[in-house]
Design a protein around this ligand. Structure first.
Ligand SMILES: CC(=O)SCCNC(=O)CCNC(=O)[C@H](O)C(C)(C)COP(=O)(O)OP(=O)(O)OC[C@H]1O[C@@H](n2cnc3c(N)ncnc32)[C@H](O)[C@@H]1OP(=O)(O)O
Ligand SMILES: CC(C)C(=O)C(=O)O
Length: 563
């Protein structure tokens, strides 16, 4: 078997519904939908190993903490384990008063009765029943005409739901109906089923029911679903007595787009799972949806301030990993490896002022808002440039390298990465930097200095003790400052002219740990004009000592390069 040369012999394209006067493309969503988590039902039914009671309870408690007010907790008629979990939730007092639990049942009388049994004593319940409406299910599974589906599945079970609820008046019941495979069915037929249900339930603004329109299998582009939703939104009877809900799956990888366009087209409520767990390629990812809204300035009403702990709980309960590139949560999603991205992020962070609108290249939201740190934002490998390398040195070690030193040092790091082929950490970069600059104290090493200032002549006399390959030696020099005086002494020792091209210094650390770091760009040799600029770096509690070490570091590096 192989892919077909002409797939049209096996697959057909979806047909547009031809809604000419659609309004959804211009809608801007300014408020969140009502959220319903289906992690404990659609998510759970898709797991290799469904959750045990402990994992279910942990998931339920986390969903409550995040802020879900509607949680589909299971399919009580499926098994004794499911039934018992409902009883534990209700009898164990785990359900806050402002949370409604939702339970799913097929349109089958014994299963509906069992579902009501499981809900005895609950305060707020969404009783959700479904049957499929798509032609393939009518023809192949039910073997029923449209009329039979309505007469044998839709109507009697809507009546049964209504009647059984009346037997438990202490519970606040909300009824929900899903024409399963709605997106694959004829719109007129779905409408006929829904209208029959809302008539039986007498839906009205004071007695609203939920009509949930699933893309049970995602077969088309999201715009088509949006057209279907807008059509239903406009044509359903008793629309003001209906909370219109979407239940998108993700077979084509467009579950999030489907949900977003559906919200533009008239959807009031969305059902989905955390990080997109669920049948096959999953239900729509509610974290992704919620944070997409957040990134547009809309409070989603769900709290993902500690997104990593949400992920840890989801991975524990589902026993499935979340991909490192998963939107908003993956290990790598706030990380840039490539040089030009790193450079832009570094500059935008430097330009950003507290209170500014977030306008950060390559970062759709501030990682801090979801409990992530900037540490992982920039990571360095062979695709990186000086921006990322120097960002890490500055963030982690406080070094602010002058621009030409950034260029020089990034070549040294590149060589190290070309050799290893691996990512380098901030600690690796620091080690490379220390080896290349701070530890470059051979053959000339700093030992001590004594400085005498002659203010009447604006000059200084500097007496420095250095070691040359382990042997002590005194250098004397005079100049208009300590650097000038030291360069004059060193130049005599080396028998070559030395020119200081650039100088920069800053403090790092604070209090007793404070130190000065000095960067000196110099040339050594005859004639000076033809020599290459090289940097030396010195660090010391004393700023003059840091400068002298920087000059020696530069001289040693030049001598090493000549070997
Ligand atoms: C899109 C969705 O995710 S819908 C939710 C699906 N979730 C689940 O199925 C998980 C829980 N399910 C279960 O535990 C079981 O399937 C049960 C308890 C519901 C039913 O088990 P069984 O009675 O053994 O039936 P089975 O699982 O084989 O389902 C097929 C039967 O249900 C019927 N059926 C399928 N869907 C529906 C429906 N929505 N309404 C009514 N009947 C339906 C089929 O026609 C078939 O009937 P038949 O046995 O007369 O041919
Ligand atoms: C029962 C319905 C809502 C469902 O899970 C689906 O169609 O995917």
């Amino acid at each position: 078997m192989a892919m077909l040369k002409n797939p049209a012999t096996k697959y057909r394209s979806f047909a547009p519904i031809g809604l000419r006067d659609r309004t959804w493309p211009d809608v801007v969503v300014t408020r969140p939908p009502i959220w319903c988590s289906v992690d404990l039902r659609d998510g759970n039914q898709a797991l290799i190993e469904p959750m045990n009671a402990a994992r279910k309870l942990r998931m339920f408690q986390m969903l409550v903490k995040i802020g879900f007010k509607e949680i589909e907790v299971g399919f009580p008629s499926a098994s004794q384990i499911e039934f018992d979990f409902m009883r534990e939730l209700i009898e164990g007092g785990h359900i806050p008063d402002d949370v409604a639990i939702q339970v799913l049942t097929p349109a089958r009388e014994p299963l509906i009765r069992r579902t009501f049994e499981a809900m005895r004593g609950a305060r707020n319940v969404i009783l959700h029943y479904y049957h499929a409406v798509a032609p393939v299910m009518r023809n192949v599974v039910f073997n029923m005409s449209k009329e039979q589906v309505i007469a044998e599945l839709t109507v009697p079970h809507a009546q049964l739901v209504r009647d059984l609820a009346a037997e438990q008046p202490a519970t606040n019941w909300t009824f929900q109906y899903s024409p399963e495979m709605f997106s694959d069915a004829e719109l007129e037929f779905s409408k006929a089923c829904v209208d029959a249900v809302t008539e039986i339930w007498q839906s009205s603004p004071t007695n609203r029911c939920i009509i949930n329109l699933p893309t049970t299998i995602e077969h088309s582009t999201p715009n088509l679903y949006a057209d279907q939703i807008e059509w239903m939104h406009r044509n359903l009877k008793r629309r003001d007595g209906i909370i219109l809900s979407a239940h998108p799956h993700n077979d084509r990888g467009t579950g999030v787009a489907t949900a977003e366009l559906a919200m533009m087209a008239g959807i009031d409520r969305v059902e989905g799972c955390l990080f997109g767990n669920g049948e096959r390629t999953g239900n729509v990812d509610v974290v992704n949806l919620a944070l997409n809204l957040y990134s547009q300035g809309v409070d989603p009403g769900l709290d993902f301030s500690d997104i990593d702990s949400v992920r840890a709980t989801v991975e524990y309960c589902n026993q499935l990993p979340v991909h490192p590139r998963h939107p908003y949560v993956g290990d790598l999603v706030y990380t840039s490896f490539s040089g030009s991205h790193q450079d832009a992020i570094k500059k935008a962070f430097a330009a950003r002022k507290e209170g500014d609108i977030w306008d950060m290249p390559y970062l759709p939201i501030d990682p801090k808002d979801v409990g992530r740190s900037y540490e992982a934002v920039i990571r360095v490998n062979s695709q990186s440039g000086k921006g990322g390398i120097t960002y890490l040195l500055e963030q982690e070690y406080g070094l602010k390298l002058p621009r030409r030193l950034q260029i020089e040092f990034s070549q040294i790091v590149q060589e190290a990465m070309d050799e290893s082929g691996k990512e380098v950490s901030a600690a690796d970069i620091w080690a490379i930097f220390s080896r290349a600059y701070l530890d470059a104290q051979q053959p000339y090493g700093y030992v001590a200095h004594h400085l005498v200032e002659d203010s009447s002549r604006n000059t200084v006399e500097l007496s420095t003790e250095i070691s040359i390959s382990g042997e002590r030696r005194k250098l004397e020099g005079r100049g208009n400052g300590p650097i000038d005086a030291f360069v004059s002494g060193l130049s005599q020792l080396m028998g070559e002219p030395i020119a200081i091209v650039d100088y920069a210094e800053h403090a790092i650390g604070a209090g007793a740990d404070a130190a000065a770091v000095t960067y000196i760009e110099l040339k050594i040799g005859e004639p000076l004009a033809g020599q290459k600029n090289v940097f030396g770096v010195g660090r010391d509690a004393n700023i003059v000592t840091a400068s002298l070490k920087a000059i020696l570091s530069g001289a040693n590096r030049i001598l090493a390069a000549r070997r």
